[in-house]
Design a protein around this ligand. Structure first.
Ligand SMILES: [Zn+2]
Length: 177
């Protein structure tokens, strides 16, 4: 059994027993504080520890948790960003039918050679933003609005969930050895 040194913790009054072999490693104090074991030269200036218990090395479980925390934070940022983008992409309601313009068009249609009327009518409809019947664009708008709300809800819900997960992971940081 090699000699242990008493590594003091800046966060509490406790001292953790470390061996020379642990120089440079990161350990976890009983209070949860992460401590870096100093180099051998500095280690030898520390008092000897009465304890022969080996210090607990940094737990792989926490490293996994730390990775999960980072992933959750990334997900929260990405989903939040998508939510922010979607928020600016709210569907625009279709333009109202311009009765006056249609009346003018109808007048022109009367004096126009018959073979031109179809293209002219299509042109007017297209300028009005109408693909076919006015109610179709209304239906498309309502559907687009519904889809937009679902997408926005999903993005912000996911962002909130990821933030909550990150918060739980952070609070779940191990505090006892
Ligand atoms: Zn401590």
């Amino acid at each position: 059994m090699s000699q242990k040194f008493a590594l003091p913790c800046p966060a509490c009054d406790d001292a953790t027993a470390v061996s020379a072999a642990q120089a440079g490693e990161t350990i976890v104090c009983s209070c949860g504080q992460e401590l870096t074991v100093p180099t051998l030269r500095k280690l030898q200036t520390l008092p000897f520890s009465a304890s022969s218990e080996p210090a607990e090395t940094r737990q792989p479980a926490w490293q996994l948790r730390h990775a999960a925390l980072s992933a959750a934070l990334c997900l929260a940022a990405v989903a939040g960003g998508i939510g922010g983008y979607l928020f600016t992409q709210r569907p625009v309601p279709p333009a109202k039918l311009d009765r006056q313009l249609l009346a003018q068009a109808a007048q022109q249609l009367e004096t126009m050679p018959l073979e031109h009327t179809w293209h002219f009518w299509q042109h007017v409809l297209h300028r009005e933003g109408l693909q076919a019947v006015p109610t179709m664009s209304e239906v498309a708008y309502v559907q687009a609005l519904r889809a937009w709300r679902v997408q926005l809800g999903l993005a912000w819900g996911l962002a909130g969930l990821a933030t909550a997960t990150a918060g739980c992971l952070w609070l779940g940081k191990p505090r006892s050895a």
